[in-house]
Design a protein around this ligand. Structure first.
Ligand code: SF4
Length: 732
């Protein structure tokens, strides 16, 4: 009726979902009951989206009004044991949250949450334990703001007295970042996505942007329409592959062989940019020697791409006026993910395809703020701005900035999966989880869920009772993206401002306020969220700005971006050295941020991965995302329109395999691996090759990570999510 969609307020912000970082407007007004609601979302002319939005950004906003939002602190009822099986019982409605938790006041919940953390810390310190032996860890979030990420890692380092702090970057681009830091001294992208508009050749590997970065995919489509050649290296067909000049459907897990074959051709056919290599690259001779035997014929036997295609693609990449590499989880989520990324870096370095518009290296960031959370130090081995904890000068600088009475710990902390291992062995006894969902996102879920259930003290801060929160001792109700102020850094290194449209519901509080309160109860003399900023429910720009300004002191790329500039401009490209610096869209133009200003190429050798198919497990299972859903589904499964469009996990299976297995489209199968089993219905599709199956991981009903293993890349400690040996059987 009249007024139902009346818009009384328009708030400019950014999309809460993917790393593209589309700018949008929340259109707010009363509903029929007079409650403030976001009615709809419109796209803004932001640098990354120019008005475009995908289905998630446009229709995925109403999770914030979902009746399942957490509205009060919860404490586990006395005598209710933590049982991983309760997750499914709760999800299926056999148990109610009130069977497990009782409501509590903030004071009581904080006392219990912070008190438990303080007790474990103090006992450990009194026993002489230090560093990783402190039995505590923190998981921060790539969905939260830079300020939340910064304050959370500070809390763990200063308050828990350990570097055991990590976040889901470990599960997505840790290997890319490790290879980039080693190779070119910076984990960030060299060129923004939109630069594909200026590229002559786009080399897209292990990424499905039509699903995961849809607005970025639209720029790629536009570039192809304009005449750019598109190389897609992906075992699967995706929405972009029909536009590709070359679609290299290589065998899963053989990236290193394919890339070494390309490098061999570039060296053997004299396509190396000798002047660039002489001026800017170390390690060329060793790389040249290591690919000498990697002929296209030999590599073809491993990766399944014919030798002539390897030659054609190598020539096209090396000789185009501008070639740009974009990659995603298909490269990074392998036990040899670091080697995969090293191969991509070597391609760009040997051919000089970097440092100009329309060239470069772009690891497509998944979450809205995974770039920013990493920059802000939510990484166990690095303080903000990738400064290593092992470096005493770095530690001293932070000890001064933070005025820590105690020295900061010098031992690199444990990573996400290592923390879960330590938890299952009793070496980690308490975890504070802020906005992450390891009970869905970690590999080998049954193991991870048992480890979480075995903790003496689990504190979860979130907006829903996530699978992880179901195993908590204390649950702290937090604020959604559209309820707070904060800065977010997209995949292009563009820092943007998020503004609050609404207050969090009932007793839910601002995340930054919660983190600070936990810190104060751990004895830290913090004073960001002050009396004049209100009680922590309503967003406070001043409190957020205080954290931002402290963070900025430790992060030179933000030197030219004070909070006031950010709020005025809405988006600033970083690095920006001074306030009148527009920021650098293209970096590494004449030097790399390494000690000698040069890049280093690192040779790699193809090794078979941890998961091998055999007669019992004949399929290669790949997990990933679908357009409508986001990661563990905590937000999008609660967004009514998205969940209505894509309510169910489907296993994609090639028609030939469907015949062998004896399954029809829509029929249910049991999929088992060496790690676990799930049931789901089959979608018969030529999107996968024979011998491969695909399952999205956003659905608790068929939690894909029950199937994955936790073997890790030795360098970056990322699990090999992309390849698991699996078998299928029809459910009668
Ligand atoms: Fe949001 Fe990414 Fe979609 Fe843009 S492309 S609207 S940032 S999910």
């Amino acid at each position: 009726g009249a007024g139902l969609l009346e818009v009384t307020k328009q708030v400019d912000s950014v999309c809460p979902y993917c790393g593209v970082g589309c700018q949008l407007t929340w259109n707010v007004g009363p509903n029929a009951q007079g409650e403030e609601r976001i009615h709809f979302v419109t796209g803004r002319d932001g640098p990354a989206n120019h008005g475009r939005l995908c289905v998630k950004g446009r229709y995925g906003f109403d999770y914030i009004h979902n009746p399942r939002r957490l509205t009060t602190p919860l404490i586990r009822r006395e005598g209710v044991a933590k049982d991983p099986a309760d997750i499914e019982r709760l999800k299926q409605g056999q148990l109610k949250p009130t069977d497990i938790f009782r409501t509590a006041t903030w004071d009581e919940a904080m006392e219990l949450a912070a008190g438990g953390l303080a007790r474990l810390r103090d006992e450990a310190l009194a026993a002489g334990l230090r560093g990783n032996d402190i039995p505590l860890a923190g998981f921060g979030s790539a969905k939260g703001s830079n300020e939340e990420a910064y304050l959370f890692q500070k809390l763990v380092r200063q308050g828990f007295r350990t570097n055991n702090v990590d976040h889901c970057t470990r599960l997505c681009h840790a290997s890319s970042v490790a290879a980039l830091l080693e190779g070119i001294g910076s984990g960030a992208v060299s060129n923004p996505v939109e630069d594909v508009a200026h590229a002559d050749l786009i080399f897209l590997i292990g990424a499905n942007p039509a699903v995961n970065h849809p607005v970025a995919a639209s720029w790629i489509k536009n570039a192809v329409d304009r005449g750019a050649r598109l190389v897609i290296c992906d075992p699967r067909h995706t929405a972009l592959t029909r536009r590709a000049t070359w679609h290299l459907q290589f065998r899963p897990d053989t990236d290193v062989a394919l890339l070494n074959g390309l490098l061999h051709v570039i060296v053997a056919e004299g396509l190396v940019d000798e002047a660039f290599v002489a001026a800017r690259v170390n390690g060329y001779e060793a790389l040249k020697a290591s690919v000498a035997e990697a002929t296209p014929e030999r590599m073809s036997e491993i990766c399944g791409i014919d030798a002539q295609t390897i030659r054609d693609v190598a020539r096209a990449y090396a000789t185009s006026k501008g070639s740009m590499i974009l990659w995603g989880m298909g490269v990074s989520q392998h036990v040899h993910g670091t080697d995969n990324a090293r191969g991509l870096i070597a391609l760009a370095m040997l051919t000089g395809q970097i440092g100009r518009v329309g060239t470069g290296l772009h690891p497509l960031r998944g979450q809205n703020n995974v770039q920013g959370a990493s920059d802000a130090g939510l990484i166990p081995m690095m303080l903000p701005n990738y400064q290593r904890v092992i470096n005493p000068t770095v530690r001293q600088a932070f000890e001064r900035l933070w005025a820590t009475p105690e020295p900061l710990d010098a031992t690199p902390g444990l990573t996400v999966v290592e923390i879960m291992h330590a938890a299952s062995e009793g070496r980690i006894r308490g975890i504070y989880v802020e906005g992450e969902n390891p009970a869905m996102s970690d590999p080998d879920l049954s193991h991870a869920r048992r480890a979480l259930a075995g903790l003496e003290h689990l504190v979860v801060q979130d907006i829903f009772l996530t699978e992880t929160a179901m195993l908590a001792d204390v649950v702290l109700p937090a604020s959604a993206h559209a309820e707070k102020w904060g800065s977010y850094t997209n995949t292009d290194r563009l820092i943007q401002i998020g503004r609050p449209a609404l207050d969090p519901p009932e007793l839910a509080m601002q995340d930054l306020w919660i983190i600070e309160r936990v810190g104060r109860r751990l004895g830290l003399a913090w004073n960001y969220w002050r009396d004049e900023d209100g009680g922590g429910k309503r967003a406070s720009q001043a409190a957020v700005a205080r954290v931002y300004e402290e963070m900025r002191v430790s992060m030179p790329p933000l030197a030219g971006v004070p909070w006031s500039r950010l709020v005025k401009a809405d988006a600033v490209m970083t690095p920006a050295a001074s306030e009148d610096d527009p920021g650098a869209a293209v970096v590494f133009i004449d030097r790399f941020p390494t000690a000698d200003g040069r890049a280093t190429v690192v040779p790699t050798v193809f090794r078979p991965g941890a998961e091998q198919i055999d007669a019992e497990y004949p399929f290669v299972l790949t997990t990933g995302r679908v357009l409508e859903h986001w990661h563990t589904g905590a937000m999008t499964r609660h967004a009514s329109m998205l969940d209505a469009i894509a309510p169910e996990a489907l296993v994609s299976l090639h028609p030939a395999d469907a015949l062998t297995v004896g399954v029809r489209d829509g029929q249910a199968v049991l999929m088992s691996t060496r790690h676990g089993a799930v049931q789901a219905r089959v979608r018969v599709s030529t999107e996968v090759q024979p011998g491969q199956v695909f399952l999205p991981f956003a659905f608790w009903e068929a939690a894909a990570n029950k199937l994955t293993g936790d073997a890790l890349d030795d360098v970056a400690k990322i699990p090999g999510f992309k390849v698991t040996a699996a078998k299928l059987s029809v459910i009668a």
